[in-house]
Design a protein around this ligand. Structure first.
Ligand code: HGY
Ligand code: MN
Ligand code: MN
Length: 435
């Protein structure tokens, strides 16, 4: 049945080879519940990086690592002066995540380069596959490190400050973790957080960035489609909020005398939900909350929580964020509590390049597959790289829309089609002339 499907599509890429690699990679960091955990520069992330480097070596794709730990494989073009085509995604995962988020896009890049090589195609311009450091931000609550380092306007002193200040649950700073990783052997010695700007690419280095990703929603499934063209990616705002109250004995302090940081945080969280519900399309999430001192018989004196706000409209996102911040300050003040809001990261929404979208559309039409366009609510490295170059994304159907979860799944056929569309899109972009 699979073979018939492949034949009917006239597939060029080796879907079995891609699928086997995806399943192999999914074993690195696999936990008891079949969830995969590879967070930035942890032991499993390093193992996956080594696995990936070996794969690139075996495929003769001249691997290298940059100062930010991004890993590249490449086929040098006949005219290496021309801006390159970059295909990529990330190998890191959330805690107990799936096998597809990020990994699929990176391995599809490898499959495309391998197929080109096997067909004896040496393109005019260089083509690279990249695995970008830390897209998820799961370990340090700080994401998009690799893609940020590539973009001059983003890769600033601020990035270095954040690397120094972001810590994991054990108090290890991002900076320390990167320095430790730089000792992991060949290639890794290029990691250099103190001079992370060495990783920057110029506008003349890249012609376009392509990323295939699982949809992480149910739109394609509801449309009964395996793949879709991404029109744009929602912008996001990430912040950490601290509510400062007063800890006290749960039995002796009367209800009127309390400065309970958790009840204040609860009011804030409900207000955040309401503000997003009443907005024209923003979504807002509090995904992490820490209560201190954290005893059942002590009134919470301090609560820290994260805030994540997304919207495809930059204007609406910013107005939702302003309203949320005002509301948190008002709630804390009304209860006589202190609060601190620390914005961590802010990314504008980005629209896909019309020329890249057209190349994807033409590829789908070649395959006689329906063309369907949809926006991305999830963030991706492409939104950062949109500040450097033209971007385009292809979504592959997610089973039941599940992601960031051990049950995350896309079928062999859908992955195969996604990669074939990527291959054909890449060929079209490689053949376009000019800078
Ligand atoms: O948070 C996101 O949207 C992405 O999955 N990192
Ligand atoms: Mn993700
Ligand atoms: Mn991802």
């Amino acid at each position: 049945m699979i073979e018939n499907f492949m034949e009917s599509l006239n597939v060029t890429i080796d879907a079995n080879r891609l699928w086997n690699l995806l399943m192999d990679l999914g074993k690195i960091g696999e936990g008891d519940n079949a969830g995969v955990t590879r967070t930035s520069f942890d032991q499993k992330d390093i193992e996956a990086r080594k696995w990936f480097l070996k794969l690139l070596e075996q495929a003769e794709l001249s691997p290298y690592m940059d100062a930010a730990g991004n890993i590249f494989g490449q086929i040098i073009g006949k005219n290496p002066e021309l801006p390159a085509i970059l295909i990529g995604s990330h190998l890191d995962t959330v805690n107990s995540g799936g096998r597809f988020d990020g990994a699929m896009g990176v391995l599809m890049g490898v499959e495309v380069l391998r197929t080109l090589k096997e067909k004896g195609i040496q393109p005019e311009r260089t083509i690279k596959v990249v695995s970008l450091t830390d897209e998820e931000g799961a370990r340090f609550d700080y994401a998009f490190v690799g893609s940020t380092a590539l973009v001059e306007t983003e890769c600033s002193e601020k990035l270095k400050e954040n690397l120094a200040s972001a810590t994991d649950k054990d108090g290890i700073s991002y900076l320390e973790a990167m320095k430790q990783a730089s000792l992991a052997g060949e290639y890794f010695n290029q990691i250099n957080p103190d001079f992370i700007e060495q990783a920057q690419l110029g506008k003349n280095d890249v012609k376009a960035y392509l990323e295939v990703h699982i949809e992480q929603g149910k739109v394609l499934e509801n449309e009964d489609l395996a793949v879709g063209i991404v029109t744009g990616i929602s912008g996001g705002e990430w912040a950490e909020v601290t509510i400062m109250g007063e800890a006290g004995h749960a039995g002796t302090i009367g209800m009127k005398e309390r400065k309970d940081a958790l009840t204040a945080a609860a009011e804030c969280i409900l207000a955040i939900e309401k503000i997003a519900q009443d907005s024209s399309g923003s979504v807002a999430t509090v995904g992490k909350l820490e209560v201190k001192p954290g005893s059942s018989n002590v009134i919470p004196g301090r609560v820290e929580f994260t805030l994540d706000v997304r919207d495809i409209s930059n204007e609406c996102r910013l107005s939702t964020v302003t309203e949320i911040y005002d509301s948190i300050r008002t709630i804390a003040a009304n209860r006589g509590l202190g609060c601190e809001i620390r914005p961590v990261q802010s990314l504008s929404s980005v629209m896909s390049s019309p020329s890249v979208m057209k190349a994807v559309k033409d590829s789908l039409q070649e395959l006689q597959y329906p063309v369907y366009e949809l926006p991305s609510g999830a963030a991706h490295d492409a939104m950062v790289l949109g500040k450097l170059t033209d971007i385009g994304m292809i979504f592959v159907r997610s089973q039941s829309g599940i992601s960031h979860h051990p049950d995350e799944w896309s079928t062999f056929e859908d992955v195969a089609l996604g990669c074939e569309v990527l291959f054909r899109t890449t060929l079209k972009l490689l053949s376009t002339s000019g800078q």
